[in-house]
Design a protein around this ligand. Sequence first.
Ligand code: NAP
Length: 285
Amino acid sequence: MSAQWIDGKKISGEIREEIKQEVARLKERGIRPGLAVVLVGDDPASQVYVRNKARTCEELGFYSEVHRLPAETSQAELLELVARLNGQDNVHGILVQLPLPKHIEEKAVIDAIAVEKDVDGFHPVSVGNMVIGDDALLPCTPAGVIELLKRSGLSAAGKHAVVIGRSNIVGKPVSLLLQREHATVTMCHSRTPNLPELARQADIIVAAVGVPKLVKADWVKPGAVVIDVGVNRLPDGKLCGDVDFDEVAKVAGWITPVPGGVGPMTITMLMKNTLKAALAKADQA
Ligand code: NAP
């Protein structure tokens, strides 16, 4: 038996259609969701991410502005720009592309973004609201994982989820969101001694590690759902996830491919957050 693929491209496309419809409705009220993206320096991967975000804004009818700042920009200059964007009415979401150059303290910049415009969901207040279950702009990749499950008809309620990885941007928030969906969650990391054994007990495995093909077929319970967040570049230039896809697909019930699984969801959830921020502001007015 072979696992069913969870098609992130298709699901992401469906959500984008829904967003477009909502944008059209907002247009009638004279509102256009707006996203400001800030890039400091010339990291090639970041440049690609920023370009894709701007392109997606255009595709969905959002207003967007991209601020490309030189690598030597000071922290004070960056904070000044963030303060300006915080006060700008046509900008509902602010994304400062990470990583920042070493002389800039990332935390100071994230903390400076107005919580209601924190579409990355990294501000400590957004994180706190997520932890206590209040309304919050959720971090995009973890929110994308939950959306993939829901839209594939895979309920997490009462299931045992094993999350491998505990980073602030993926592992920790995805664990919290799965718990919110009523899963029983085991969080694993590099010091977890019996990882294969724990993984074998899972109904849902989420791998967010950054180690190519770490999760093997004999780590997976037959029929389990396997969500692969990992994006790793192999020596031959090909992309692969944290899951040994070809082998695991023979055992799992459902699996996300890399590329084409979690990846396409991240920008889509960013757009959804920006739309949500715009709607919240419109409802306040
Ligand atoms: P990260 O900050 O490096 O965190 C990796 C986590 O994996 C850490 O908690 C680490 O444990 C754990 N880990 C490392 N080696 C391990 C091992 N051998 N066994 C068990 N746990 C291990 O990475 P991240 O930012 O969360 O990203 C994880 C992966 O997701 C990367 O491949 C990244 O490229 C990808 N990613 C994809 C998207 C997307 O949009 N698709 C978005 C973000 C990230 P310790 O805490 O003990 O060090």
